[in-house]
Design a protein around this ligand. Structure first.
Ligand code: DX5
Ligand code: ZN
Length: 221
């Protein structure tokens, strides 16, 4: 499966937003990861509907909407998911996951279930026909700049095997949280194929954006 990079837009330097988007477009970046936080599902607040709309207008890279909100089904319309975009919703955020995933696919978007570090992937048992991917949280969601939860690496390996043996070789695995230069090879070898790059890689200080992307691309080969 193709390995793709999805830079975490909550980590972008707003002073150079335009230039950053130009660089992403030139570099053929696959997705833009939008961390939406409601201050309830996770303690923090981040990116809202206006920001997402403005980014959609400013460039053609599909959004990768990571909804860390309670009852995302009530807010889905506000984000107007587009064909080819990813929408990830957390297992714990709704009482009606099957309906919600079907709703997301109804927009033409890819439906992903997001799993917190403590959430087992067996919750997917009766959802395998309505998902396009799984977002494995490799830190507890809510904040950039955290350290990897080590047991999540085993989860990626086991999840890949589970998807493959259950007829879903095509189902994508996205990883989010401390996707660093050091952790990318481990996540890649475990079977992840979409990588969210935040302060640990794409926006790592000490090198330019272009240098960081080049380094990541090499690790994703
Ligand atoms: C965590 C967020 C991540 C995070 C990734 O809740 O979903 O996108 O910002 O960035 P780093 O690399 O800082 O972990
Ligand atoms: Zn995220």
């Amino acid at each position: 499966m193709d390995r793709k990079l999805s830079p975490s837009m909550m980590c972008v330097d707003y002073m150079s937003l335009g230039k950053t988007l130009e660089t992403f477009a030139l570099q053929g970046i696959s997705f833009l990861h939008m961390d939406v936080m409601d201050g309830r599902f996770v303690p923090n607040f981040a990116l809202g509907t206006d920001f997402c709309r403005k980014i959609r207008k400013a460039c053609t890279i599909p959004l990768d909407l990571h909804l860390m909100v309670e009852r995302p089904e009530e807010k889905l319309d506000w984000f107007s998911p587009q064909e080819g975009e990813i929408v990830s919703v957390h297992w714990e955020s709704t009482n009606h996951m099957q309906r919600l995933l079907t709703q997301i696919r109804g927009y033409g978007a890819k439906a992903f279930v997001a799993l917190n570090p403590a959430t087992p992937f067996t919750v997917l048992d009766y959802l395998l026909d309505v998902i396009d991917g799984v977002l494995v949280m490799t830190v507890n969601p809510g904040f950039a700049g955290q350290k990897l939860v080590p047991s999540t690496l085993r989860k990626i390996t086991d999840l890949r095997a589970y998807l493959d043996t259950n007829g879903r070789k095509d189902c994508e695995i996205e990883v989010d949280g401390n996707v660093s230069f050091e952790n990318i090879p481990k996540m890649r070898d475990a079977g992840a194929n979409i990588f969210v790059g935040g302060t640990s890689s794409v926006f790592h200080s000490g090198a330019t954006l272009g240098e960081n992307i080049a380094r990541i691309k090499e690790l994703l080969q």
